[in-house]
Design a binder for this molecule. Structure first.
Ligand code: AP5
Length: 214
């Protein structure tokens, strides 16, 4: 099963991708995580991406397309993958179609998570992750069962993303509406688009997704 998760920042793409990953034994490929790893490593690519990400802008199509094309070739993708955060422009969507065709692969669905803009700022500014295993939490909506301890790995260190502040979120939302939302008709025309109500509680969204994926 090969999926694309599409939605504005904070829609729940990462949260749901982690759950689907476990249920279907497929791998989550987050282009945001890949870029953050490049920034941390201090590579040329990371240096180029850092300023754009902190400003809430998209990195260039060429850069991200080649990263994804290489990543999909790795062994852990053999059973399938969830593209979380890619494609983000019509150009990237077209490149993905070509890329999959060349590799003899097909997209199963593009799942769009729909959430109103007002809710997204609260979701993003309250988000944090386990510094050891990356498990995501929220100050209000998804707390660990024991305060200050990761449910998944027991670590006690957490971190917040540099771009998770109100000003950057507003730019990221603008980039989503101007550059990413126009992808929806691209997948609708190909009968690959499935829309989920991302405003519902996390477990409800998972149920809706499971019903679509079977
Ligand atoms: P990226 O890392 O992809 O960020 P994003 O798209 O802005 O998405 P987020 O990770 O912020 O949101 P999410 O939908 O995963 O939300 P989450 O599940 O964590 O990209 C970062 C940057 O990298 C971009 O701005 C760009 O610069 C660059 N980039 C990346 N890909 C690129 C590409 N293809 N091309 C060009 N540039 C690219 O949920 C958020 C919070 O809400 C969590 O705390 C969660 O617990 C909570 N929550 C989730 N669902 C619910 C719910 N149903 N109810 C209540 N709370 C919920």
């Amino acid at each position: 099963m090969n999926l694309v998760f599409l939605g504005p920042p904070g829609a729940g793409k990462g949260t749901q991708a982690k759950r689907i990953e476990d249920r279907y034994s497929i791998v989550q490929l987050s282009t945001g995580d890949m870029l953050r790893a490049e920034v941390t490593s201090g590579s040329d690519l990371g240096v180029e991406a850092k300023g754009l990400m902190e400003a809430g802008k998209l990195v260039s199509d060429e850069m991200i397309i080649s990263i994804v094309a290489n990543r999909i070739d790795q062994d852990d993708c053999k059973n399938g993958f969830i593209l979380d955060g890619f494609p983000r422009t019509v150009n990237q969507a077209e490149a993905l179609t070509d890329m999959l065709e060349q590799k003899g692969l097909k997209l199963t669905y593009c799942v769009s998570l729909k959430v109103d803009d007002e809710l997204l700022v609260a979701r993003i500014t309250g988000r944090y992750t386990c510094a050891k295993c990356g498990q995501g939490y929220h100050d209000e909506f998804e707390k660990p069962s024991k305060e200050g301890v990761c449910d998944k790995c027991g670590a006690t260190e957490f971190s917040r993303r540099a771009d998770d502040n109100e000003e950057t979120v507003r730019s990221r939302l603008e980039a989503y509406h101007n550059e990413t939302a126009p992808i929806l008709p691209y997948y609708e025309e190909r009968d690959l688009l499935r829309t989920v109500d991302g405003m519902a509680p996390i477990d409800e969204v998972t149920k809706e997704l499971n019903a679509i994926l079977g």
